[in-house]
Each structure stands twice: as structure tokens, then as C-alpha cells.
Design a protein around this ligand. Structure first.
Ligand SMILES: [Fe+2]
Ligand SMILES: [Fe+2]
Length: 183
């Protein structure tokens, strides 16, 4: 694979797949945590969250596939991402669905920016050779944008301590992205 892709491109794919796989695993755990906290008390909100969660499972499966295909090294911190993301989903959701939506809005905002920057990098490298990855990430970026907008529509901004919560979650996600690219 390194021969076909070239050493530079192989390193780029290794990094992109590692961080995106970790991120999509995190997204899966966030929605799991939210569902656990909200499913019984807020069934209508849970149905909305379930739809987003289903898409995250598709995203995760795709990066599992890419990790195998490109022999990418997965993040060594997966247990930490899993536990942390579960907490990020579960704990604020105990305050109610608005807080859960505020977390989703903040997470997806960072992820859309992150996917956009990967798309710029892939385009700058080679839009033809990277066509499949560009297609996949564009589609996921659009779906994350939709999750973000959906969270806003469902009263993210009415969450208690909205400003504090969203800034904290954004910063956590930005640090996690930086770390998961490398480790
Ligand atoms: Fe996703
Ligand atoms: Fe998402």
C-alpha cells in the first residue's frame, strides 16, 4: 500500500484515519451516553438522537474499514476516548435534553471544521488520487453539519450554562483531535 500511495500519502492517510476513527468511536459513545440518560424520560428527543447515532455507526464502520485497508495504526488511547466520550454524552444529558443538544452542537461544530481542514489537505495533495477519501469525508462532514443544525433546532441554546458548556466541550474536542492524530 505504501508503494502505491507513496510514503508521504501513506503517512497522511495513517494520521487522517487514526484521528477520524477515534473521533467516530467517540461520537458513537457520546450518543450512547445520551440515550442511556434520556431514553426513558424523553422518548421524542431520544428518537431524534437515535437517528444521529445510526449515522455515527456508519461513519465508525467506514473508518474501521479504512484502518484495515490502509493498515493505519489506530489511536493507542481508544479506551480513554471511549470512556471520556461516554461521560461527555451521559453526564450533561442528566441535566436534560437541551444540555445533551448543546454538547452535540459543540462537538459537531469542531468536527465539521476538522473534516473541512482534512478536505483542504486532501485536495491540495491530489484530488484524483484522494477521490474516494474526499467523497467519504465530504459526505460525513455534511452529516455532521446536519447533526449540528439539528441540535440547534432542538434547543441547544436553552441548556443551563450554555456558554460555559459549549466552550468547554469545544476545547475538549480540539485537544482530543490534536492528540488522536499522533497517539
Ligand atoms: Fe460522525
Ligand atoms: Fe455526528
Amino acid at each position: 500500500m505504501a508503494g502505491y500511495l507513496g510514503r508521504f500519502r501513506h503517512r497522511m492517510y495513517d494520521r487522517i484515519i487514526r484521528v477520524d476513527h477515534a473521533g467516530e468511536l467517540g461520537a458513537d459513545r457520546i450518543y450512547f451516553g445520551q440515550m442511556l440518560a434520556l431514553r426513558s424520560r424523553y422518548p421524542e428527543k431520544a428518537a431524534i438522537i437515535q437517528k444521529m447515532w445510526d449515522q455515527e455507526k456508519v461513519h465508525l464502520n467506514k473508518f474501521e474499514y479504512y484502518a484495515a485497508k490502509h493498515r493505519a495504526r489506530k489511536s493507542m488511547l481508544l479506551p480513554i476516548w471511549q470512556a471520556g466520550a461516554f461521560g461527555l454524552g451521559f453526564v450533561p444529558a442528566l441535566l436534560g435534553p437541551n444540555a445533551a443538544m448543546a454538547v452535540t452542537e459543540a462537538v459537531e461544530k469542531v468536527i465539521v471544521q476538522h473534516y473541512d481542514s482534512q478536505l483542504r489537505e486532501l485536495m491540495a495533495d491530489d484530488p484524483v488520487k484522494n477521490e474516494e477519501m474526499i467523497k467519504t469525508i465530504s459526505q460525513f462532514r455534511d452529516e455532521e453539519q446536519h447533526h449540528h443544525d439539528c441540535a440547534l433546532e432542538h434547543d441547544a441554546k436553552k441548556a443551563p450554562g450554555y456558554q460555559l458548556l459549549s466552550v468547554a466541550v469545544e476545547n475538549i474536542c480540539k485537544v482530543a483531535v490534536k492528540v488522536a492524530e499522533k497517539i
